[in-house]
Design a protein around this ligand. Sequence first.
Ligand code: NCD
Ligand code: ZN
Ligand code: ZN
Length: 350
Amino acid sequence: MSDLATTPDTLTITRPDDWHLHLRDGATLASVLPHSARQFARAIVMPNLKPPVTTAAAAIAYRERILAALPEGMSFEPLMTLYLTNNTHPDEILRAQESGVVHAVKLYPAGATTNSDAGVTDLANCYKVLEKMQEVGMPFLVHGEVTDNDIDLFDREAVFIERVMRPLRRDFPALNIVFEHITTKHAAQYVAEAEGPIAATITAHHLLYNRNDIFKGGIRPHYYCLPVLKREEHRLALVTAATSGDERFFLGTDSAPHAKGAKEAACGCAGCYTALHAMELYAEAFERAGALDKLEAFASLNGPAFYGLPVNQDKITLKREQWTLPETLPLADQTVVPLNAGETINWKMV
Ligand SMILES: NC(=O)N[C@@H](CC(=O)O)C(=O)O
Ligand SMILES: [Zn+2]
Ligand SMILES: [Zn+2]
């Protein structure tokens, strides 16, 4: 299947893909794209732009802008997504399918996260669209949090499973679903045990950090993302899922650039920037779990299998070598603070 070459100091694996990525647009896109393209062959590109990418035509145009922003000599394939709204028409799913470049439709519950204002207020509004997606085999990517103000922030994913995910999967048992950026033992267990076509992406930061890291010695906005980091028991459950070899779990960085000033603010934006060093962080997490031999399946094989796409032909090599993350990186005419800014990490992509 693969000629995984593991030694204590280097790890060579099939080139990975990122199944959940925010590239933004314009000058910000140009700043961040080379980081992802250096590590990953392809990425599922999130549609939460302002305004959101709600039509196949908009997705095709966005894809062109991404390809135009790619530096000479780099290759990268953006896999586009549509942002579901209360008003999405089933015909839009057909146009997306026929485009050949739209690979999924994304659910943002209204108010759940960055640029989700145009999101769905009640999935009951979308049943005709979901029927069409199930019929044509278009995957449904779900930001799985309820937004009710009476539900504690840390419980929003677990409550989402009961209130939204179970009814959704009962009504659309053949719909391909990705439970995006899972953060709890509830979600990991739900996906592992569910029958039918469901998978989950897991970020590097949710494998490495728990909610204490947001408050270590003071409030640390660069560790704030949605769904928010959870208790240690949940982090451990995610590590177990990611390193289990279960093909339902695969890599999605959720790298989400926000300008330094927008994060270090009275009301700071949600999102961690990891595109520069994502594979190094995953390697760290898998190594700590004694499971480096499971990294290739999680990063490079399980995602293509779920999406029905070929596995990449080339390889990457990670080397055990300490290096220090920069304090900031350019982001359009501002800067972005990467996760682990100024810290030394143990793996380096060659
Ligand atoms: N993950 C985040 O904290 N933020 C993402 C949105 C998202 O994936 O929910 C963003 O677009 O900034
Ligand atoms: Zn999300
Ligand atoms: Zn995201």
